[in-house]
Design a binder for this molecule. Sequence first.
Ligand SMILES: [Zn+2]
Length: 328
Amino acid sequence: MASVGDAFFQKQLTSRRERLQAATARNGEMTELSRLVSEVDAALARLESGTFGICEVCEGNIEPERLIADPLVRVCLDELPPHERRRLEADLEMAGRIQRALLPPQDLTAHGWEVHYRYEPVGPVSGDYCDLIVANPPSGEVFFLLGDVSGKGVAASLLMSHLHAMFRSLVTTGQPLEQMLAVASRLFCESTLSGQYATLVAGRADGSGILEVAGAGHPPALLVGASGVTRIESSGFPLGMFADAHFTTQKVEFRAGDALLFYSDGVTESRSPSGEEYGVGRLARFAETQRGSTPADLVSACFGELRAFAGAQPRADDVTMMALRRAA
Ligand SMILES: [Zn+2]
């Protein structure tokens, strides 16, 4: 997860304090407001003394996402009373359900393209972003999107739904792919906390068999072709890192039997029981042996290979893969 420093919390807490004081001045009902003011003051004092973010009961670290959501928390999850834990779990479950409802159908055939993806969050919610969008006529173009938001948990899933909404509207504007990414990066910069960003690979295809691909700091897409696997590298920075970032698109020509594979870094950063990283090279070598399979079979085979590599090792990250090819 992208880390945020003391300065971030200092700013958050100071602005909370100002708002509370303004409300106190307006309001006759003092007790609740002054209680909150003293809690904010206590948090500022903890920042000052270097104990901010440390659990008051076990002296372990408080979960960073919970601190970002609420800088006033003083104990780690383990210390919460059962009813509060149940409430948090119910919230998380609901967030997961909302997130799953944002996913596109797992299989899509449009404009002579055939797509399949698999999305496996490690917890109830995921920081992976995956979408398939068919633009309205006359263009009817197909957009393939796969991204990975910094961080984990509910905070990351909120950013994921933010990306989802942005691209759903951006595709209606009909602007070039590289420009869509530039706008998305700027909007992401302006509307999220600093230090939060998303890597992304985006494809845009029409009926001619040519696909444009643009990447924002994402692992390379893999074109599985007759003469081997070509890596299509991401040339841009992650979305949200710079407000005036530039992106470039590459045209990818498909021949019969070729497939393109998108994946999140949860795939390539998976580890074997001995700690070895899965890596792009291994994924590319395996994908090459599967040339000619349908997108669904390719994704399923790659997941199988990844599982065999990782063994009983518990997964550390969300895993998403998408494959597409020209329909036979
Ligand atoms: Zn604790």
